[in-house]
Ligand binder design. Structure first.
Ligand SMILES: NC(=O)c1ccc[n+]([C@@H]2O[C@H](COP(=O)([O-])OP(=O)(O)OC[C@H]3O[C@@H](n4cnc5c(N)ncnc54)[C@H](O)[C@@H]3O)[C@@H](O)[C@H]2O)c1
Ligand SMILES: O=C(O)[C@H](O)[C@H](O)COP(=O)(O)O
Length: 379
């Protein structure tokens, strides 16, 4: 069995080599020649699976993407060729939510507001949006959901039109797939008119796909409006608009969901799916079994936590400024930008999720809300 994997897929080489001969390559530059005699292809979001890539794929029977988004894969084409396709829904929802929380906490400190006073609009209430909603509820942060597709499916949560979120919310955070067709396409969901209608002082966060927010519209607005923008994804990535970059409060190279837990989940989800495909159930693994202990595995509270304690706790896991600073340093070398974008992603640090830390203390110190936020707690 020949298995081709993206070289930027933690745990994949060890796992898949139990099932066949593994070759690891850079996903962004895969060609159809790379697929000759390959039985299974394991990718990330940077590999476009289309007619051109599949042209010489003479043995391909399985494609797995260790990602939540699937806009890089022509799933209909795979189905028409009888090639099984699987993704990793929800694998990195925790990482993305913790990215948003970090951005909000740091901005609250920089701009001098309390997160408890902000109303957040979540656009896209799927895996990431719903998990983020749970986290915001844990922190008693008011928020509104927009997801016309879920609403039409009969999801019983309260949903609002995008226009309502734009008019009422202080923070708008995007967690939709990238779609160009259908009743609710997300390509340029935030264009000139939508961005212009944001409340003065609004915060816009895009950790979905770059083209959900129009680059030109955002740039124009940042020149004239009182607006803070946080981008983890870029309309033309790995190209980064060097006029836009300095206008952003935080900018990161598509790593919002890059926690170690999330990557382990992504890899094991497609690995387990491939085991099932091969009828080899006994080789399946649990993502948690692959993870090392966190560098600071336990902390103790001596009093009920307040917002600055919360910030300290959350920063033990993730502070968006770390990735932002490294990204800006790397992007400064304009010649190397595309390569640096992928290098930062390939050599990403071992970021963890809140659950990797146990917070000890008395129940009266607010342990329940920390548990709801994702921390492991101990009374
Ligand atoms: N930056 C990152 O590292 C990162 C990580 C994970 C996911 N993502 C991106 O975020 C997206 C969301 O991830 P997810 O796991 O929650 O996916 P998901 O499929 O579980 O949820 C997406 C939700 O968006 C909704 N939606 C679709 N069109 C919409 C519209 N026009 N308006 C409002 N809602 C709409 C869908 O109904 C769905 O509920 C992914 O498709 C992916 O592109 C990025
Ligand atoms: O959709 C996702 O899951 C993420 O956006 C994506 O996986 C980010 O990481 P990448 O696959 O590009 O390495």
């Amino acid at each position: 069995m020949n298995i081709l994997i993206d070289e930027n897929m933690p745990y994949a080489a060890e796992l898949f080599s139990k099932l066949g001969t593994v070759t690891a390559k850079a996903g962004r530059t895969l060609t159809t020649e790379d697929l000759i005699d390959v039985d299974a292809l394991m990718i990330r979001s940077v590999t476009k699976v289309d007619e051109a890539l599949l042209e010489k794929a003479n043995k391909l029977k399985f494609v797995g993407t260790a990602t939540a988004g699937t806009d890089h894969v022509d799933a209909e084409l795979l189905a028409s060729k009888g090639i099984f396709f699987t993704a990793a829904p929800g694998c990195n929802k925790v990482g993305v939510a913790e990215y948003v929380i970090s951005a909000l906490l740091v901005l609250s400190q920089q701009q001098g507001f309390s997160i408890a006073d902000r109303k957040v609009g979540i656009v896209g209430a799927g895996q990431v949006g719903s998990y983020l909603s749970k986290c915001l509820s844990a922190l008693s942060i008011q928020h509104l959901l927009c997801d016309p597709l879920k609403q039409a499916e009969g999801d019983t949560r309260e949903f609002h039109p995008l226009q309502t979120l734009i008019a009422e919310c202080d923070v708008l955070t995007f967690h939709t797939p990238l779609t160009k067709n259908g009743e609710h396409p997300t390509h340029h969901l935030m264009g000139d008119a939508e961005i212009a209608a944001l409340k003065p002082g609004s915060i816009l966060i895009n950790a979905a796909r770059g083209p959900v927010v129009s680059n030109d519209a955002l740039k124009a607005a940042l020149k004239t409006q009182q607006l803070t923008a946080v981008l983890d994804v870029f309309e033309f990535e790995p190209e980064v608009d060097m006029e836009l970059l300095p206008m952003l409060a935080f900018a990161t190279p598509h790593v919002a969901g890059y926690g170690l837990e999330g990557k382990a989940r992504g890899t094991t989800m497609i690995y387990n799916s491939y085991c099932e495909f091969l009828g080899n159930q006994e080789e399946k693994v649990e993502a948690a079994s692959l993870l090392p202990i966190a560098p600071i595995p336990k902390v103790s509270l001596s009093k009920p936590w307040d917002e600055s304690d919360l910030m300290a706790l959350c920063q033990l896991i993730y502070d968006v400024r770390r990735d932002d600073a490294e990204f800006r340093r790397a992007m400064a070398d304009v010649e190397q930008q595309r390569a640096s974008f992928d290098r930062l992603r390939k050599n990403y640090w071992d970021r963890r999720e809140y659950s990797a830390i146990t917070v000890a203390g008395e129940a009266a110190f607010g342990l329940e809300s920390l548990a709801n936020l994702g921390f492991t707690v101990e009374e």
